[in-house]
Write a new protein. Sequence first.
Length: 787
Amino acid sequence: MIAEVIINITAKRLQKTFSYIVPEELFVRVGTRVLVPFGHRREEGVIVALHPADSVQHDYVLKPISSVLSVQTGFQEEMIATALWISDYYLCSMSDSLRLFMIEKKGIVAHTYVTVENRDMLLQLNGKNIWEYLENKKNEEKKILCNQFGQAFIEKLIEKHALKEEKQLQNKIADKTEKWLYFVDDDCQSILKNRKKQMHLLAELKENGPAPLSFWIQKGYSRDIIQHLVQTKLAAIDIRLKQTVDLTEKEAADKPWQLTPEQEHAVTVIKNDTKGSTYVLHGVTGSGKTEIYMDLAEQVIARGRQVIVLVPEIALTGQIVRRFIRRFGNDIVVMHSQLSKGERQNNWLRMQKEESHICIGARSAVFTAVSNLGLVIVDEAHDSSYKQDETPRYHAVAVARKRASYYRCPVILGSATPSLDSYYRAQKGEYVLLELSRRVQNKPLPDVRVVDMREELARGNRSVISDALATLLDQTLACRQQAIILLNRRGFSTFVMCRKCGYVVKCKTCDVAMVYHKSQHNLRCHYCDTEIPVPVVCPSCGSKYIKFFGTGTEKVEEQLHDRYPQARIIRLDQDTTGRKNSGDKIIEAFRRHEYDILLGTQMVAKGHDFPEVSAVGILSADSLLNLPVYWAGERTFQLLTQAAGRSGRGNVPGHVVMQTYAPEHYVIQCSKYQDYKSFYEKEISYRQELLYPPFHQIVKITVTYEDESFMWKAGNRIFDLLAAWRLRYDQNIEIIGPYVDTIKKIRNKFRIIVLIKGADLVKIKKYIKEEAEFHKTGIIIDVDPSI
DNA sequence: AGCACGCCGACT
DNA sequence: GTCGGCGTGCTC
């Protein structure tokens, strides 16, 4: 047999497979991870195809596969097929797309070991202590030896052949294990006669079954007790894969109230799916989509198939996940960013071996190893976090649909504000539309008031909080209800300017104004996280008239504190959540009503269920709207509607104040009435007129280098190649650019963009995939860009 | 990605 | 004459 192998190295230029002979004694299949000779070294690879030895003629000599690295963590054929599709569709290398399916990105790790080659030479070169060190150990890792005796010295001894170095590859894909205590026998009265504690342990072990040692220790049995019991041979210890979900029984408590007729209808339609369609579940905020998800998941599991549930990153520790865990207990695996590699690996294996049937997680959970997929649920499917913003720039919904099509199983895209793309496809009949028009228990949608901030200023209110919002907050706090305030900018002041000469403090390495953060009293760049002290005099003209402009969440927090000294206010943005997702702690504390006002960036708008929130204030409804990008209207509508939907989910009706400078704009008006359909009609006709997605597809090529003139050369070359292709093969395609990116420079690298736009980009994408010029460092290809 | 190969300038 | 810079090309 001949195996086609993708070499698992991140080389942009290495875009092809390599053929190897499969030795007869090796058992391999498509998806097996193998070690292969590659040039003068050995590399890990993945088999993507197998065929009989005589079917293809090669004009070079084939080498054999060295060994199988891991059968256990290999891939299903479907995963290989999906990876190949991703590499074709998103124009990334095949190794990049395959790596999406891996927990350990590399299956092997190289260690260099040192042994003695010539004893006399070693002693002669003052290496007596090294000789003594190695005498018993035989060999030692080079790294450790260098630390101990100095790198230069070791290198010299190797060069003089006193020592010898040897590279060894180690299989890195090891499973995380833990020790379990299990019951053997209790014919023991005589043995355990005076050993009360051990007898207790044995009894409990017999009754409750095996459990990890840590579990018993926590229960108060010491290591010694366990050890003694094991010595009696009445119990024993074995090593098992570490479990990540604890063994709590699932609670039946969360059994739902009766489904509404609309919910019932949606469940029935999807349950009877035979074609593997995609369903757009368009439900207003608070219409009970989670109930539908859980009902369907339960039915899919009952048929022995598996479910992938995708949620936005921010919702991962939230309500929806807890509800799933409560209902499905150990049958569920949660993939979140704080798991260790070992825990991920075990979750991965649990799904692969069908020990668990549901995997719930953020974007990357779409790559879960499943062998029998029965349903994919994408919650808040419009959320921008489903598009990866580094190579490979895939969209989780597209990948989900691809995987589901292989298993002919349905995909559910749930949202109160479906993406224009998915709603459009539903209109065309490509997707199936399911509407949930009512909130559960017929709770009313919130009442939204739009405030024109120009009038506010004319009346002399110069604060960022309008009178209407102030009144609403007064009432809300008086009734002991909660409020959410949304402002899409973090920091205190958004820029710092000299009033004398107009100089604006910019980041040294990025072409953006620096933001003043009062809590740390410094200026920060939001693109590269550089921090500098606040200048006392103007760095340009030396004047003292340095002023702070613009308003961020920090400043609003201060103003709210002044206005409502008794209110408990908490801020939720990147600065308060830090790196380690402590956002959910803030959200939970707010849900428990430990705070009265939650203030923050768009994070506050995402899918949370706060029953006691009755007021929402949106301070600057049109901040996104003015961005010069085609999707500005769609994003703004989603943000406003989602934010407004946070209020009135409990027993008190909700009120929303939207502050804007463009009150008559259709995006503002449509979100005021939570009127998705009118918004859709307006927005889709605008997209059609200007031939934006979903009518035309876009491929964005960013060229970014430190050397500005080199960048222009490369960008123009990219443009020329595309323009030449266009002229020759398809003049319906537009090639736009190269033009300077909205942010000219990030981290000292200048940025320009070339856009490709057209109704059908399949052929030109194929050309890009094959032309080496597009696969160099500094060139970023983004298919269906969302920014 | 690594690494060999090869072509050129600058040194003992 | 040799050391070493990095541009080019190859890996089944």
